[in-house]
Design a protein around this ligand. Structure first.
Ligand SMILES: [Zn+2]
Ligand SMILES: [Zn+2]
Length: 291
């Protein structure tokens, strides 16, 4: 019996499982990519995932780190890899050391400090790229990109045997290309993420939208979160095929969030917007957009 009930949905053939309520818990896992964005309170279901990509140190996003790492050891798995803003590595180590003393067993961890612009390999054909967000000191977001090879246009008309022959001669017949699969913004105030082409063109964008009513625009600013007006401006400008909304507060119901999104977004954009927490329970391979 897993420790948590999680939302489950599939976008662009990629499974997403997670939970995200502002101030309570945020954890978003993508098992096929072997990444978990933030760790929340470390639900059992995500413990086998090898990479945690932490955006910032707020308790609702980071509380489960020690448990995740320790439980992997308990289950005989390799030490988990945690990418975290560089300024958080020392306090994370202190917490893990303290838990090691409390528990009587060291907590193995592969901690990787990151700053905006860094890249980290996830699998032979996948890597994570780090970009800045505007939330707390050092806070970052992550894009997971796939590396593919694309035949150079001048060789497009060749037959299989001709291509094999060129390869034998050691001629580079293809160019490397990067396909941005998913970008996760974590918690952030509005920024013009459209200036980052790999975020703007990610197939899936996972974005927070914390505040929904007009009177709460000031609260969004104070907490460095996005208000629905900023969220609308952001997603209308980007080219993502799917947008997954996270980090609603307990006070906004799914029905209310959908109603307000319908008022603020164009019909074309609405058709690609999904609310994570509207997909609690069993895996949903045909999730419904807000529209
Ligand atoms: Zn948060
Ligand atoms: Zn936060």
């Amino acid at each position: 019996m897993p420790s948590h009930r999680l939302a489950n949905l599939t976008l662009d053939d990629l499974d997403i499982m997670g939970y995200s309520v502002a101030g309570e818990e945020t954890v978003i896992a993508m098992p096929q990519l072997d990444v978990c964005f933030d760790i929340g309170k470390a639900p059992d279901q995500i413990v086998p995932i090898n990479h945690v990509l932490l955006t910032h140190g707020h308790m609702d996003h980071a509380a489960g780190l020690a448990y995740y790492l320790s439980h992997r050891k308990f289950c005989g798995q390799s030490p988990g890899t945690v990418l975290a803003p560089a300024n958080l590595i020392a306090p994370i180590r202190q917490i893990l050391d303290a838990w090691g003393k409390l528990d009587g067993n060291a907590v193995p961890a592969n901690l990787v400090p990151v700053t905006a612009g860094d890249e980290y390999p996830i699998k032979p054909n996948l890597f994570a790229r780090v970009f800045p967000t505007k939330h707390s000191r050092g806070s970052v977001g992550y894009t997971v990109l796939e590396k593919r090879k694309k035949l150079k246009p001048e060789y497009a008309g060749l037959t299989g045997p001709q291509i094999v022959e060129l390869k034998k001669q050691g001629i580079a017949i293809d160019n490397p290309v990067e396909i941005p699969l998913v970008s996760y913004l974590g918690d952030t105030q509005y920024l013009d993420f459209g200036q980052l082409p790999y975020v703007a063109r990610s197939k899936i964008l996972i974005a927070e939208c914390t505040f929904y009513i007009d009177e709460h625009a000031g609260r969004a600013d104070a907490g460095r979160h996005m208000h629905i007006d900023e969220f609308a401006k952001l997603v209308e400008d980007l080219e993502n095929e799917y947008v997954l909304v996270t980090h609603l507060t307990q006070r906004t119901s799914m029905a209310e969030a959908k109603k307000l999104l319908r008022e603020k977004l164009s019909p074309a954009t609405l058709g690609k917007v999904f609310l994570l927490m509207a997909h609690m329970g069993r895996p949903n391979q045909r999730p419904t957009p807000v529209q």
